[in-house]
Design a protein. Structure first.
Length: 335
């Protein structure tokens, strides 16, 4: 180590101290009261999201966008396209937003990405980024800059949901402390700006459980760093109504100057088809009542090695699929 140069740990602590001070200026404000499942309005004097908020991927003035992650039978480029097309055929409409997952070194702008864009869909890259401490120290600048150029070169507005569900305890080794995560977010966004990726809307998306526990809020990068506030919410091993699950998040997000996205939602196969259909219909009513919610994306997937409580695909059960199809064709979600 050259004489006089601070160690990596000292440099990281200095960076985090500056980020913590900046974040304090952008996350103040008391949340408004809320009734369970009832539409939330910000208190007088709170910032209110304008109709076209959301950055390059603007929120619709009325209603909400409908999207999904559709897990294909084969994770090939052709398989990804086939999975989405078949799901759209079941719904009787195209998806407004196609969610897709990427690790740090996986490219943006693959052949399936471009096929979705050509169909008129908006892409959301749910991107892990790199481990927070390493990102802050610049260890992954080359990879981040490359993703920024790839996003830029798509030449259409796209969503980037950077290290979603960062509040999950099992991600602590990768995500680090809230200050580390915020510093990594700001560093990543700064590199995208340097590469001219002005077409990216930034989506901050913790879990509903994190908001209920009170830990998710600490990971917020600040109003100036976020275009969409987002949450992932599921009825897995407990069949709790969506409005009740969302209450802590909606109370907090009502005071933020951004449109809301439900980045992932689902009701598990632990419940009967009739119960799942009823939960989905109630979810639609919650979305309609809360007009700050401007995008909702279903998690059409049964991840590997899960019990039914961790499986959320609607197909082949007709009752929940029919309920979701009614949502997809509801005028609130069509334009």
């Amino acid at each position: 180590m050259p004489a006089g140069r601070p160690s990596a740990s000292v440099r990281l602590l200095r960076i985090l101290a500056g980020v913590a001070a900046a974040a304090t200026l952008t996350t103040c404000g008391s949340p408004p009261p809320v009734d369970r499942g009832i539409a939330v309005s910000p208190p007088p004097g709170s910032p209110v999201a304008p109709a076209a908020a959301g950055g390059p991927v603007a929120a619709p003035a009325t209603g909400a966008l409908l999207g999904a992650w559709v897990r294909p039978e084969s994770l090939t480029q052709a398989g990804r396209v086939t999975g989405v097309v078949e799901f759209e055929q079941e719904l009787g409409r195209r998806l407004d937003v196609v969610n897709t997952y990427r690790r740090l070194r996986e490219e943006f702008g693959t052949s399936s990405d471009r096929t979705f864009l050509e169909s008129g869909a908006t892409l959301m890259f749910s991107w892990t980024g790199g481990p927070s401490a390493e990102v802050v120290l610049g260890d992954h600048d080359d990879e981040i800059r490359e993703r920024a150029r790839q996003a830029r070169d798509l030449d259409v507005p796209v969503l980037v949901r950077l290290r979603w569900e960062m509040d999950r305890p099992n991600l602590a080794a990768e995500v680090g402390s809230p200050d580390e995560y915020v510093a990594a977010w700001r560093h990543t966004r700064a590199l995208f700006a340097q590469e001219g990726a002005k077409n990216v809307s930034w989506v901050w998306c913790p879990t509903q459980e994190g908001f209920t526990a009170g830990r998710a809020q600490d990971f917020y990068p600040g109003d100036d760093q976020v275009d969409w506030t987002c949450v992932d919410v599921y009825a897995g091993s407990e069949l709790v109504p969506l409005g009740e699950l969302l209450e802590p998040f909606l109370r907090w997000a009502a005071a933020r100057p951004h449109p809301i996205m439900i980045g992932e939602y689902g009701v598990s196969r632990a419940w009967t088809a009739t119960q799942r259909a009823s939960w989905l219909r109630d979810a639609t009513a919650v979305f309609r009542r809360n007009t700050q919610i401007k995008a909702v994306l279903y998690f059409e997937s049964n991840p590997d090695n899960r019990t039914p409580a961790g499986e959320f695909a609607l197909r082949p059960d007709r009752a929940p699929l029919t309920a979701f199809r009614s949502t997809a064709l509801d005028p609130h979600f069509t334009r």
